[in-house]
Design a protein around this ligand. Sequence first.
Ligand SMILES: N[C@@H](CCC(=O)N[C@@H](CS)C(=O)NCC(=O)O)C(=O)O
Length: 281
Amino acid sequence: MVSKTDSGKTYRNECTGDALETVKKHTKEQDTTLFGTVFAPSFSVYEVDPYKKPKDLLEVSPKGLVPGLKLNHFNPPKALNESTLLTRSSFASIAVGSNGRSLLPPITNPYSRALVRLQCDHVNRSLVPSFYRYLQAQDEDAQINGGKEFHESIEGLVNLLERTETEVVRSGGVSGEGERKALAVGLGLWIAENEEDIGLIDVMAGPWLYRATNVLKHYRGFELPHGEKFDRWITKLFNHPNFKSTCNTEDLYLDSYERYAFNRPNTSQVANAVNSGRGLP
Ligand SMILES: N[C@@H](CCC(=O)N[C@@H](CS)C(=O)NCC(=O)O)C(=O)O
């Protein structure tokens, strides 16, 4: 157990590091405005403070949560929210800089698409909630359990990644390299054939695994598990230019999540949901 004292730091309002460069590059975007915040797992074009719920954010995201997307080419403008939907929509290439490549397997491979959705569902319903439960846990037993639960959730994700690879890319009928490459489209960086093509599961899981290496490591002494394929995936993902371009410097994450690590009252809607055992907003 790592014991630290709450130094009273609050969240930051401006990106740092590579993420700051990315925000600067995208401040001129006209047609589509992505509402984000520095520590949310999304790329920010327009930085808002979701804790203060400004009116312009509430207009695009009814609960005042980031990310939200404003579509300025409609008159009056239209809006979409919910990260799962935004990363799947055709605006995803803007949001994650995937350079127009698909984040999902093609529509002609419905089984592969379903498996990727299953992986993403696991991130939303298990990985993210267990990340927060672990980080907000205060007494020693709860922290030990939180660590186990988060670790198991990573294992669950790895099992789904393995299953997808076995069933889709390495199944008996698949022969040559070309066929494997075609079948790997949209399955993300876990698959050896995908050297560069980031997939939806990378975008969904990456930010939480990355925060595990700084926030959970610092406040809870957590270490990511190791394994040959898992290590290779994490290295590919964390070094991928699209992923890196969304990363802030470590101090920003540590400051921004201190409130969660000490479970300060009314930290956020997310923190309140975790404390009351409700599903995340
Ligand atoms: N289900 C939403 C959740 C978004 C979410 O939790 N956003 C956080 C990012 S820090 C937020 O805006 N929190 C502000 C608050 O909890 O008041 C999604 O996936 O888009």
